[in-house]
Structure formats: C-alpha cells, structure tokens
Design a binder for this molecule. Structure first.
Ligand code: MCA
Ligand code: AMP
Length: 505
C-alpha cells in the first residue's frame, strides 16, 4: 500500500539536507527539516483523533508551518481545505459548516470569533500564527519527527477548494490525490522543472495557483522556493537574482513592469516566467518581452481541474492565447445550447477531460451533474475558440464572474448583500477594467421609490460580511437597471457605460 500524493511529492525527499524553502529573513528550511515538521504536525492531528477522510479547514497566513500542515494532511490521509485569509467570519462560517470540518486551524486573532461555529459543529480548533507560533506548533514540538504514512489510493480525496457559484453559494471542489499528483508531474515535464530550479513564490497558498501549480510542481521536481509572505515589489526585485523561475497572476507582471529596476539585466539569468489565473493582456506580454527579452508562458486552469492548457516551453508562446492542451488532457469547444462539439475555429464553451478533472462538488450532486458530464468532460463556463494551429483563445465567460488581481468574485454574492440594504430596490454588480487588478468591482444600486440609500451605511454592511477584495470600488445609484425585452438585466450595457471609470488619467 502507499499514499501516492505524499510519496510522490513529499516522501521522496526524505533525508535530503538540501534547501526546500528560502525565507524572507534569509534563512532556509531543508527538505528533511520540513518533512520532520510535517510529521510532528501529523502526530498532533492523529492525537486529536482525526481519521483519514476528515476535513481540516485552515485560515492561516503563509508560512513554512502552514505549508507543513498541508504536507501533514497528505501524510495522514486528511482532506486539506485552505481558506483565503481575507474571508470574514460570515464567509468562514459557511465553509466550515458546509464542509463539516473536523478541525479548524486559524490565526490566534480569529480564535474568539470562530469558537462558536467550531463548538456548534463539535469540531476541534488549533491556532497557527504568521510567525509559526500557536497551539498547533506548541503541541508539535514534543511529538516524534517521524510518522507512519497513512495508506491512500489515487482516487481518495486530498483537498477541498471552495469556488463560488453564479447563485452566490460556494461549492467545495473535491480534488483527489490523482488530480493533484498527475497535474504536478505533467507540469514538471511541460515546463522543464528540475531539482536545480528555484521558484520565486509570492502567491498566496490558499488557492490552486500558489499551492498546487507552484508548490506541487516544485516538490515534484525536487527544486526549492523563495517563499515570500506576499507580493512586495522591493522583495521581488531583491530576491529575483536567486531565482530561476517565477509564477504569478497578471497583476504581478504589470506591477513589475511599472518598476524601472526590473529590466533585461536583472532578469537575464531567469529561465521561465509563467502567468495565469486571469487573462494576461497581449500588450503586457509584448511589453514584457521588449523590456526583458523573455516571453511570458501563459497557461489556463481552474480550481476544479488544476491546469488544462499551456503555451509551449520550446515552441511559440502566442500572446493572447492560453496555448495547447497539456499532455493527457482533452479540450473541446461545444455549443452552449446542446453540448455538441463545434467545428474548429468556432466560439463556444470550453470543456476539458483528463486525470486532472475533479470528482465533483461536495454534497451537491445536482451542481456536479450540471457541470461534469457523465463522459468525464467538465464544462468550464469559459468561452473560447481553437485556432488553426491548435492554440486556445479565451474570448469570454458564460458565467457571471469578475477576476480581480487573480481573485474570483461572483457578482451574485455581492448583489445579495446590496439588495438587503434599507432603501435598495435592486442592484447589479459588474466588473470593469482596472489598471492594477485587471478588473474591479462596480456596484449599481436602484433606490426604492422615494428613498435615498445611504451609500456609506451600505458599504459598512458590505465590509461586515464580505472579504475586502470583493468590495465594490465604487457604488453608483441609477433610477433603473438596463433590461432586455425578457426582463433580464443587461450587464454588458453597464460594463460598456462604465468601461473607463478606472482608466488612468
Ligand atoms: C488585495 N486587495 C484586493 C486584491 N488583493 N482587492 C481586489 N482584488 C485583489 N486581488 C485589497 C487589499 O485588501 C487592499 O485593501 C487593497 O486591495 C490594495 O491592496 P494592495 O496592497 O495593492 O494589494 P496586495 O496586498 O499587494 O495584493 C494584490 C495581489 C494579491 C498581490 C495582486 O491580490 C494577490 O496575491 N493575488 C493573487 C491571487 C491568486 O493567487 N489567485 C489564484 C487563484 P485596502 O486598500 O482596503 O487595504 S487560483 C486560480 O485562479 C486558478 C485555478 C488558476 O488558473 O490559477
Ligand atoms: P478559479 O475559480 O479560481 O478556479 O478560476 C478559474 C477561472 O480563471 C477560469 O475559469 C478562467 O475564467 C480564469 N482563468 C484562469 N487562467 C486564465 C488565463 N490564463 N486566461 C484567462 N482566464 C483565466
């Protein structure tokens, strides 16, 4: 018996005294020290009474200890459920209750707020702070530095990642060991990762990009990471000389291009820059090449599927496209009305199938059936076309979604909060272009007849329930929303009307 994910990513580095993490303060964590820390944590999880298949929800800052919790879950056969550190207690309550998590690991600052939710569920709570302190590591310190890896199969669950839905209710995407491991191995090959690679890692580790694409790929190749707590321009420039590769959302690239220190000389040693999570503007791609001589490699994925397509490492990296299907992954374009495959060149819904595609949404069989076909194809909700050379172009979305700085925001969730506010008859939330975040949130509210909504009070209510990155950057009051003859709100008209709201002067 075995545990493919743990063995394939972590266990294979046992005994290696080479660096795995290079930290902000200049210190390093070796593979063997990291594995020992993970094993100590796994012993704590066992002592708490967790059993294979239990969910461990974690809202914790990025740190070596946070990453070790992920490794410990893999080694113990637990399902790791990382949560955005920006989520409010309201938002967390839903994830914790919906997942039925057996353990919640949170920052010490949130302990009091979360205690009632945890009690109600009969779950356990441990703390882990940004500096690595907390009850989890306190207990881990006295534990053995080895742990007997729990047997798991390739089809067993390894992680739950919540992704919002167009109805405003988030869905827990169930990812198996095989989903995660197969994708990491595929990316190692596709992007030529080796044990010599040093990845500049400034992404958060609660989403697919930073946790699976960046970390799992580095682990599968046996390389190391410059593990920064967050994106900070000065740190990126300062640490770039030690790196061979970098992964980021488009905002990382536009911010780097805004800094004159970032140039051909400072990047001459770099092997690869990868972009994803949101569309990279063709002009950013071109500007980047002019400045550095490097062509960014853009790829496309989703929480439900990990990575599906990638521009080639050796061949042409075509600006404005997300490249070709990765080996072992099928991509087709279908008619959104009947699901039939469309001829090459036509625009339709992107569907994908492969070992990367998730198992379904946790306890939501109808939603799973609506998006995951019986034949294994997953309906992405993205609209695209395949050009004559096989490159995939994403041209739009068949889902109401805003992507701001790489974070997905579902307008419905914000509209539900706006609609509840005194004096508001109805609302519409749309994404408009933003120079830093790519897109940002614009809220439009329609007052009830005779009333004047208090916009400050509305924003206060939004702040209380939704994470900061979802807050409308601006609220606009309109007498009515544009509607078509069927009565459906025409968001495209609002988007066009306010297209330049955040354009640089
Ligand atoms: C922070 N803020 C944001 C965002 N991030 N607002 C909107 N959108 C955001 N993405 C808020 C802050 O709380 C702050 O609020 C204000 O905006 C400005 O903050 P700033 O300091 O400029 O932001 P930052 O802390 O530098 O963060 C920006 C960031 C970060 C570096 C772009 O958002 C980031 O790391 N994004 C990466 C997200 C990611 O990993 N996505 C992958 C998802 P205030 O002014 O009130 O203080 S996985 C995925 O999508 C799929 C599967 C895939 O293909 O990868
Ligand atoms: P998530 O919900 O975080 O899994 O986000 C997945 C969505 O991000 C996809 O369905 C796309 O809409 C978008 N996305 C990811 N990578 C790219 C990319 N390279 N270009 C355009 N959109 C992307």
């Amino acid at each position: 018996m075995a545990n493919p994910l743990y063995d394939g990513l972590f266990g294979r580095h046992a005994g290696k005294s080479t660096p795995f993490l290079h930290l902000l303060d200049g210190s390093t964590v070796t593979h063997q020290d990291f594995l020992a820390l993970a094993a100590r944590i796994a012993n704590v999880l066992q002592q708490i009474g967790l059993k294979a298949g239990d969910r461990v929800a974690a809202q914790i800052e990025k740190s070596p200890e946070a990453l070790a919790l992920y490794a410990a879950c893999a080694q113990s056969g637990l399902v790791f459920l990382p949560l955005n550190t920006a989520y409010t207690v309201d938002e967390l309550t839903y994830f914790i209750e919906n997942s039925g998590a057996a353990l919640i690991v949170c920052d010490g600052r949130s302990e009091t707020d979360l205690a009632p939710v945890v009690d109600k569920l009969g779950a356990k709570l441990e703390t882990l702070n940004a500096d690595g302190s907390g009850s989890l590591t306190d207990k881990a310190r006295s534990m053995p530095s080895t742990f007997a890896t729990v047997d798991r199969g390739a089809d067993d669950l390894a992680a739950f990642l919540y992704t919002s839905g167009t109805t405003g209710r988030s869905k827990g995407a169930m990812l198996t060991q095989q989903n995660l491991l197969s994708n990491a191995l595929t990316l190692v090959q596709a992007w030529r990762f080796t044990g010599d690679d040093v990845l500049l890692h400034a992404l958060p580790i609660f989403h697919t990009h930073g946790l699976f694409v960046a970390t799992n790929t580095t682990l599968a190749a046996g390389g190391s990471m410059i593990f920064l707590p967050k994106f900070d321009l000065d740190e990126m420039v300062a640490r770039m000389p030690e790196a061979t590769t970098m992964m980021g959302v488009p905002t990382f690239y536009t911010r780097l291009l805004g800094d004159p220190r970032f140039d051909r000389a400072s990047t001459a040693h770099m092997r690869l820059f990868v972009s994803g999570s949101a569309p990279l503007l063709a002009e950013t791609h071109i500007q980047f090449e002019e400045r550095t001589g490097h062509r960014i490699l853009e790829r496309y994925g989703m929480t439900e599927t990990n990575m599906n397509t990638s521009n080639p490492y050796d061949g042409e990296r075509r600006a404005g496209t997300v490249g070709l299907p990765l080996p072992g992954i099928e991509v087709k374009i279908t008619d959104p009305n009947d699901g039939s495959e469309l001829p090459q060149g036509e625009i339709g819904e992107i569907e994908v199938r492969g070992p990367n595609v998730f198992k379904g949404y946790w306890q939501m069989p109808e939603k799973t059936a609506a998006e995951l076909r019986e034949n294994g194809f997953f309906i992405t909700g993205d609209l695209g076309r395949i050009d004559e050379d096989g490159y995939i172009h994403i041209v739009g979305r068949n889902k109401d979604l805003i992507i701001s700085g790489g974070y997905n925001i579902y307008p419905k969730e914000i509209e539900l909060v706006l609609d509840e506010q005194p004096g508001v008859l109805e609302s519409a939330v749309v994404g408009v272009p933003h120079p830093d975040f790519g897109e940002t949130v614009l809220g439009v509210v329609v007052p009830e007849p005779g009333s004047t909504p208090d916009l400050d009070a509305i924003m206060e209510a939004v702040r209380a329930s939704l994470a900061r990155f979802k807050h409308p950057r601006e609220l606009i009051v309109l007498d009515e929303l544009p509607r078509n003859t069927m009565g459906k709100v025409q968001k495209n008209i609002l988007r066009d009307q306010y297209n330049d709201l955040f354009a640089p002067a």
